[in-house]
Each structure stands twice: as structure tokens, then as C-alpha cells.
Design a protein around this ligand. Sequence first.
Ligand SMILES: [Zn+2]
Length: 304
Amino acid sequence: MEDLTWPRPATLARIGLVALVALWILGPSMLRSALPIWLVFFVAVGLEVQFLVGALRAGPRQAPDRRPQQVDLDRYGFEPREDELDGDDLDDNLLDELEVAAEPHPFLPPVRRFVLGLGLIAALVLAIWLVDSRTGWDSLDGPTRGKAAERFSAEASRIAGKEVSIYCDESRDYVGAVQHADGVAIVGGDRAYLTPERCFDLYRLAFEDEVTWSRTARALAVLAHEAWHLRGVGDEGTAECYALQSGVEVGRRLGLSQRTAERMMRQQLAENALRGVGTAEYVVSPECRDGGGLDLDVSRTSFP
Ligand SMILES: [Zn+2]
């Protein structure tokens, strides 16, 4: 019965994949930044391979062998047993045909189903690529991206206290989907990489005056966070706490009002505890408060 049940998980997996991709494209941007879609495709291909292997291992559908077993032949010679007297080859064949016709997917052998599954995945990858190339960072022309990266680098340099460069990692060699990080920097180094999504949110703020509350806030925090790494802060929680304070200034310089920038960073601080559930080292310490050990400006009474 194995071969009767295997298409169901495969079909469910495909429906789930389509729904997930649709949600990823159309749904809240938070999902986009939180869910590594290429990892989802990686898993989907793995599942297809597993379904194929499972189906091939189960073998083609075998009609039960109704002829006498060797052990019976040895014992009884070539005389058929009593319960087989009423069955002959013609009936068996007819029965097999009826059973095959009653299968839910009799015309889709495993390999064909596998190719269909891969085709579906390829179509979804293409859809995401098309959406990506027409929106977001990739839709900007080269000079515009260059100008934006220069601006981000200037802001990061102010925080780092030295000349540093911010790169928007379009090829996703360093940050993005698989690494599941919004940015990366070598502690004390002179260059940092941000995901195109974060770069685009910063670009929209700095060049288009467009704000999407939590995304803009996160992008500012990420830029400042990597800048503090470049300055030499290695501890993630400390870098994040400093970043939320510097983020106010960066946000203001990129076009936000002081009040909006402060509210954004305060919200980021509030969300930090929630976000940190899976990544404990990013959680800021209790010293990350007004007058606390990590307060960069004790004379200011608002925090961050
Ligand atoms: Zn970090």
C-alpha cells in the first residue's frame, strides 16, 4: 500500500510551497526579511528527491503473486493448494487491471512526478526573480546604487570613527538568505556588507523620503550595528545597544525627525527581547538603559 500513499505528502508539500512563495511575495515585508526563501527552495528540492527515491525504492506496483510459493511446491509437489483452485491467470490479470485503474494517480510514474515537481520549483524561482528585479535594490541603476552606498559609508564612518565602506551585497555572497543575517562586518575592519533589502530601505529613506516604519527602523539599526563592529565592538549585545542609540542620529541625518528616529529606536529596543529568543547573543544587557553602563550619552535623559 506504500505506493498508494506516497503522492499525498508530495502534493501537500507542493501546495504548501506555492502558498509560502505567494505569501512571501505578497505578504508583509517582515516575512521577507525573516524567511530565507532560497533555503525554502533548497528544502523543496530535497523533498522532491526524497519522494522520488521513496517511490523508486517502493518499486513499480507489483501484483501479489498468487502462484504457489516454493516452500509449498517443495512440500506438495506441483499440485496447487486447495484455495488456489478457483484462481487462474486470466482472472488475475483482469483483477490487476481493475486495481491499477482504481489508483489515484495511475498515469504519473515517479520520474514524471519528480520532473513536474522540479518544474514547479523552477517556475516559482523565476517568479521571485522577476518580482525582485522589478522592485527593490536590484531595480536601481548602477550609479544610483553607488551614490547610495557612498552615503551609507559616510554614516558608518562617523560611527566607526574612521573611513569605512558599506557594500550592498547583491550577490549575497556574505549576507542574506542562507546566512540569515542582515549585515556582516569584521570587528575592527573597514568594510561591512548589508543585504539589498536593508540597503533599499535606507535608500528609500535617504533619497526618496519614504519610510516603512519597522523596516526603516531595522535598516538604521543594522547599519549602525555593523558600524560599531567596524569600530571594534565585538560583543553582539553591546554593538546592538550602541547601534540603537546611534541609530537615532543616523535616522535624523538621513531625513527623519528627531522624535520619529527616537521612537523607531525605542521600538527596536523593545523588540530586541522578542527577537532574541533564538539568538541569545544579540539580546542587549540590562545595562542598555538610560544611565546604564552602555548609555553612550548619560547627559541625555531620553533613551535610546
Ligand atoms: Zn553583529
